[in-house]
Ligand binder design. Structure first.
Ligand code: CUA
Length: 362
């Protein structure tokens, strides 16, 4: 019976859903997120009232007239008063919803007069953050061990995907995001900030936020982007103005140190040692710690033509990747020092002994 279904539906929505299942939208942590939430609730209640009225009249008619003694149904044409009413009332309702919705949209799209500008780039499968005008940029890599994700999350419980470097922004400041992608379409989403924007290669989408409370805000990639789409968390750390300034200064000092490393005169041994660490984090998962690879998908590097033959070809593969294979381009992912180090390491590890050295300047 429709009454039973409607009753069940209402009970699910009002009674259980809000409280126990937490299925409603979150009101979030910003001015924008709250206005989106208020708008959502206002429109929701308007729809509930309309639904109750329409279904109420319909169900009443079905019950009250279920055994009409009348032999023929009533026929009537044109009722100007009713027609004007059912045109004007929905019109007023629609305008009533459109005005606050438009106001909120205009607010959301106004990314002008920002205090901090961050370029966000989606990669398979991590985020890259670049602070425009500050010479600070880094990748945000997943650090939660896979075994934990797959086996140790208790049934029905949530677990957090952690990253090595969250996006850090100052509290109370207007932060503008310029969102794009390097390979396929991703989407940068943090529910509490009400920011959800597609990251599309070749396009820059804009968004912004102003967070009022320091803390950690979490989200994730929300556009299916390949095998590890589910392991591309977004972690935003909102710091006080002073802590942010300290963090930024530290990041700049790191960048300066890296620039120093790039121009330094390296020896083969030093570069290989650095390259070994880079290899373990960036390459070993496919090409294996001992360079033996997992043929045929991931070729061996130990004693192979790639790592002992033409040096230019080797650099090209590492920097630009190999189209049509799983080999990604590391030119944008690794610093010049780390690129030079890892190529040098591969050419001299596992008995390859080419004595080739690729310096950052190369
Ligand atoms: Cu990136 Cu889904």
């Amino acid at each position: 019976h429709p009454c039973i279904w409607m009753g069940l539906g209402l009970w699910a929505i009002f009674g259980q859903a809000q409280a126990a299942w937490d299925v409603n939208m979150r009101s979030g942590a910003t001015d924008v997120s709250r206005s989106v939430f208020d708008l959502h609730m206002a429109i929701f209640w308007i729809c509930v009232v309309i639904g109750l009225l329409v279904f109420g009249v319909m169900i009443y008619s079905m019950i009250a007239h279920r055994r009409s003694k009348r032999q023929h149904s009533a026929h009537f044409h044109e009722n100007t008063r009713v027609e004007v009413l059912w045109t004007v009332i929905p019109l007023l309702i629609l305008v009533g919803m459109a005005v606050p919705a438009t106001r909120t949209l205009i607010h959301i799209y106004d990314s002008s007069e920002s205090d901090v500008d961050v370029q966000i780039t989606g990669y398979q499968w991590k985020w890259h953050y670049k602070y425009l005008g500050e010479d600070v940029e880094f990748f945000s890599n997943l650090t939660t061990p896979r075994e934990q994700i797959n086996n140790q999350a208790p049934k029905g419980e949530h677990y957090l995907l952690e990253v090595d470097e969250p996006l850090v922004i100052p509290v109370g400041a207007k932060v503008r995001f310029l969102i794009t992608a390097a390979d396929v379409i991703h989407s940068w989403w943090v529910p509490d900030l009400a920011v959800k924007k597609d990251a599309i290669p070749g396009f820059i989408n804009e968004s912004w936020t102003r967070v009022e409370q320091p803390g950690i805000y979490r989200g994730q990639c929300t556009e299916l982007c390949g095998k590890d789409h589910g392991f591309m968390p977004v972690v935003v750390e909102v710091k006080s103005q002073e802590d942010y300034a300290t963090w930024l200064a530290e990041k700049k000092a790191e960048a300066a140190k890296l620039a120093e490393l790039t121009s330094k005169e390296w020896t083969l041994a030093e570069l290989s040692e650095r390259g070994q660490k880079v290899y373990q984090t960036a390459c070993a998962s496919c090409h294996q710690a001992g360079g033996e690879g997992i043929p045929p998908m991931f070729p061996a590097l130990k004693g192979s033509a790639i790592a002992t033959g033409d040096i230019e070809a080797h650099i090209d593969i590492v920097v630009n990747g190999k189209p049509g294979t799983a080999m990604a381009a590391f030119g944008k992912q690794l610093s010049e020092v780390d690129l030079a180090a890892v190529i040098t390491y591969e050419r001299n590890a596992w008995g390859n002994k080419t004595d080739d050295m690729v310096t950052p300047k190369d």
